[in-house]
Ligand binder design. Structure first.
Ligand code: DOR
Ligand code: ZN
Length: 416
């Protein structure tokens, strides 16, 4: 007897669409067939709707511990679930920062109590913590190592020596915030007058991101896994080379907004790296569509409206994204800019591969039943009241997107 059968859903079979019924037992997908007539505890008529693998967001800042007025493990993962994200990987710029094994273990323990979805954690690379990272290698909740080449929220910088040691010693995924610190400083020094949010892309110019991405590419060696976070420029794309272990992700805000939107939305769209020109945005969309950009990841970085209401120089950088990532990516599918196969790959399959989650990211027998049901004919225009993130706002408010999931399952248990 099956625990659950999804009947006659639209599913992907490789890159091809088909109608299939999906049986779940003990949290895993056990069978996929045109029809499944065997008895099941629960059956769900899915006709007309897509059954898709839960999204895996490999880049979030859940702010827990220490910054819970912005977000915490409970609110951030509630936003994830509502948005169709069933696994997230959390960044180390919390308080305390995740630079030592104890801080990592404390996050894991807190997640066990509070998280509503699967959570992995990155260790941050500091100037002298390779031994601490080595202590948690092999832990199932370790996502990888986060390296900041340029300072942003949390001011976590490591330096070349620590990076070389870490790369030599640790067989892990290295995710880079690739803006080069010296070029950020130069741009700031060269700016004349009083900057506003509209100038953010000038103060953190494309050259700084490009130099950072070139640094990452120069570190490639067989066996290394180097991943460039939040690609923001057209010219970063040619530096990606999966065969040499250089991969990249795009964030929804870089796929949807430009510096003109920052001029309109002000500090709400102040984010590092900045959103840039329409040429950059279109190039990132095209690279996502053909797979040169492997994954979509939110860089979910909530800050309160009060923090964002401060003058530009002191307002923190970052935008939330967990509530809206899946709906914005599937909106690109509806618009004909992205195939469904590429959307599912970018949201689920590719991040699962990068994070080495062997049983996640696909609707296939043997995989975890982390799933959501999606109505391709419905739409959703986010408003603040719809959002689960504690910060309570989104740059996508008022932007027509695809629907959010109708329902979400985690290991076969319905969670919405
Ligand atoms: O805009 C950003 N906000 N970029 C980052 O790299 C960090 C993030 C944050 O944690 O607020
Ligand atoms: Zn980030």
């Amino acid at each position: 007897m099956h625990d659950l059968v999804f009947k006659e859903a639209r599913i992907l079979d490789g890159a091809r669409e088909r109608i299939g019924s999906v049986a779940v037992r003990e949290g895993r997908i056990v069978r996929i067939d045109d029809r499944i007539d065997q008895a099941a505890t629960h059956e769900l008529d899915c006709r007309g709707r897509w059954l898709l693998p839960g999204a895996i967001d490999m880049h979030v800042h859940l702010r827990d511990p220490g910054l819970e007025h912005k977000e915490d493990l409970a609110s951030g993962t509630a936003a994830a679930i509502a948005g169709g994200v069933t696994t997230v990987a959390d960044m180390p710029n919390t308080r305390p920062p995740t630079l030592d094994a104890d801080s990592f273990q404390q996050k894991v323990a807190r997640a066990r109590e509070r998280a509503r979805c699967n959570v992995l954690f990155y260790m941050g690379l500091g100037s002298d913590n390779v031994d601490q990272i080595a202590r948690v290698v092999g832990h199932p909740a370790l996502a990888g190592v986060k390296v900041f080449l340029g300072a942003t929220t949390g001011d976590m910088l490591s330096g070349d020596a620590a990076l070389a040691r870490a790369l030599d010693r640790l067989d892990l995924l290295f995710v880079f915030h690739a803006e080069t610190e010296a070029l950020l400083r130069d741009a700031k020094a060269a700016f004349e007058g009083t900057p506003t949010a509209a100038d953010h892309h000038i103060l953190r110019p494309a050259q700084a991101a490009l130099a950072g991405a070139r640094t990452v590419a120069s570190l490639a060696l067989p066996g290394r896994r180097l991943h460039i976070a939040h690609l923001s420029c057209a010219d970063e794309v040619p530096l990606l080379d999966p065969a040499r272990g250089i991969t990249g992700e795009a964030a929804p805000h870089h796929l949807w907004f430009t510096a003109e939107d920052t001029a309109r939305q002000g500090n709400l769209l102040k984010v590092n790296p900045p959103v840039r020109s329409s040429r950059d945005r279109e190039a990132l969309r095209a690279a996502l569509a053909d797979g040169r950009v492997a994954a979509v990841a939110t860089d979910h970085a909530p800050h309160t409206l009060a923090e964002k209401a401060q003058p530009y120089p002191v307002a923190p950088s970052g935008v939330p994204g967990l509530d809206t990532m899946v709906a914005s990516t599937l909106a690109l599918v509806r618009a004909g800019e992205l195939s469904m196969a590429r959307a599912v790959d970018a949201l689920s399959t590719a991040p699962a591969a990068l994070l080495r989650l062997a049983t996640k990211g696909q609707v296939a027998p043997g995989f975890d039943a982390d799933l959501f049901l999606w109505d391709p004919d419905a739409t959703w225009t986010p408003s603040a009241a719809d959002l689960r993130t504690r910060c309570g706002w989104s740059p996508f408010e008022g932007v027509p997107l695809a629907a959010r999931p109708d329902a979400v399952w985690l290991a076969g248990e319905r969670v919405t």
